[in-house]
Design a protein around this ligand. Structure first.
Ligand SMILES: [Zn+2]
Length: 283
C-alpha cells in the first residue's frame, strides 16, 4: 500500500510528463474504481492543460486549465506508468493494454500515462480547483507532516488529554495527514517512544521531539524514491515503488539496531495493524 513518500515519488515522476502539457485524450475503461467516476470524466479531461501537479496527503491533485482539479488516489494497489517518448525523456514504448488499465491519459507530448489498479480501492474525482480543499476526502485532513502547520506546538496541543496510544494518534489523519503504518513505526523507534504509550501522557518535550523525527523519516524515504526515479530509464516506467530499508518495520525477531541494545524487535497488533518496536529502547 503506497504511503506518502511513494505517492510523492509518483507525483515527481509524473510531473515532467504532465505539467504544462495538454491531455489530448483520456480513455476511461470502466465506470468506477472504489466509487463511480465523475460524470463525463473523459470528456471533461480532454483538451485540458495540466497547470500544476501537487500532493495533499496521499492524494495527487492535477489542476487543469479549465478550472477543475483532478484528484487521484492510488488506494491499496494503484500503479501509474509513464510510457511513450515525450521530448526523448522516456524510452518506454506504449505497452500492450493490460487487464487492469482502468484509465489512460494520452498527453500532447507523446507521453502515455496509465492507471492500473487490480483491487480497485483507488479513486479519481473532479472538482472545482477553487474549492478543492473542501472535497469530502480532503476537508477531514490535518496538516501535512512536511508543512509548516505541523510543528511542535501543534502536536503538543493535538496530543493533550488523548487516551489513545501514540501509534493510533499518529495514524489519525485528522491529527496529521498522510502518515501510514510503516513510517509511524520508524519514527517512534527513532524517537525512542513506545507505540503503546498514551499520547496524552507523553511529556511535551518528547512529543515536540517527534516532529523533526517524523519529517526526517519521510524526507529520507522521499530521497530514496528520488533515487529510484533517476534509474527510471532502466526501469519499466512504473513509478513510486522502490526499495527502502527500514530500522524496525518488518524486522520481528531480529536484533535491534541501536548500538549496545541487541534486544529482539517485537511485533504487536494495535487497532488491527502490526506494530514493530524495541521494548528496550522505546519507553
Ligand atoms: Zn533496542
Amino acid at each position: 500500500m503506497p504511503e506518502l513518500p511513494e505517492v510523492e515519488t509518483v507525483r515527481r515522476g509524473l510531473a515532467p510528463a504532465m505539467e504544462g502539457v495538454v491531455i489530448e485524450r483520456a480513455d476511461v475503461n470502466r465506470p468506477d474504481l472504489r466509487w463511480p467516476f465523475p460524470e463525463r470524466m473523459a470528456e471533461r479531461l480532454t483538451g485540458q492543460r495540466v497547470e500544476r501537479l501537487r500532493r495533499r496527503s496521499k492524494y495527487i491533485l492535477a489542476d487543469l486549465s479549465g478550472g477543475e482539479t483532478l484528484l487521484i488516489h492510488l488506494g491499496m494497489s494503484g500503479r501509474m506508468t509513464v510510457s511513450g517518448d515525450p521530448l526523448g525523456q522516456f524510452v518506454h514504448h506504449h505497452p500492450m493494454p493490460q487487464k487492469h488499465d482502468h484509465v489512460v491519459f494520452h498527453m500532447a507530448n507523446g507521453a502515455c500515462i496509465t492507471f492500473n489498479d487490480p483491487r480497485r480501492f483507488g479513486a479519481m474525482d473532479l472538482m472545482p480547483t477553487a474549492t478543492a480543499e473542501q472535497h469530502k476526502l480532503l476537508t477531514v485532513l490535518g496538516p501535512e507532516p512536511l508543512g509548516n502547520d505541523f510543528n511542535e506546538t501543534y502536536l503538543i496541543d493535538a496530543f493533550r488529554g488523548r487516551a489513545t496510544p501514540v501509534k493510533a494518534a499518529l495514524l489519525d489523519q485528522r491529527i496529521v495527514a498522510g502518515l501510514g503504518n510503516i513510517y509511524v513505526c520508524e519514527a517512534l523507534y527513532r524517537a525512542r517512544v513506545s507505540p503503546r504509550r498514551k499520547a496524552g501522557q507523553i511529556s511535551a518535550g518528547r512529543v515536540g521531539a517527534l516532529v523533526p523525527v517524523i519529517r526526517t523519516v519521510l524526507a529520507e524515504a522521499i530521497e530514496a524514491g528520488g533515487s529510484s526515479l533517476r534509474d527510471f530509464r532502466q526501469a519499466d516506467g512504473e513509478l513510486g515503488y522502490f526499495q527502502h530499508s527500514f530500522d524496525v518495520y518488518g524486522r520481528e525477531g531480529q536484533p535491534c539496531r541501536t548500538e549496545g541494545c541487541g534486544a529482539e524487535i517485537r511485533r504487536i497488533t494495535q487497532s488491527g495493524r502490526s506494530t514493530f518496536y524495541c521494548a528496550q529502547c522505546q519507553r
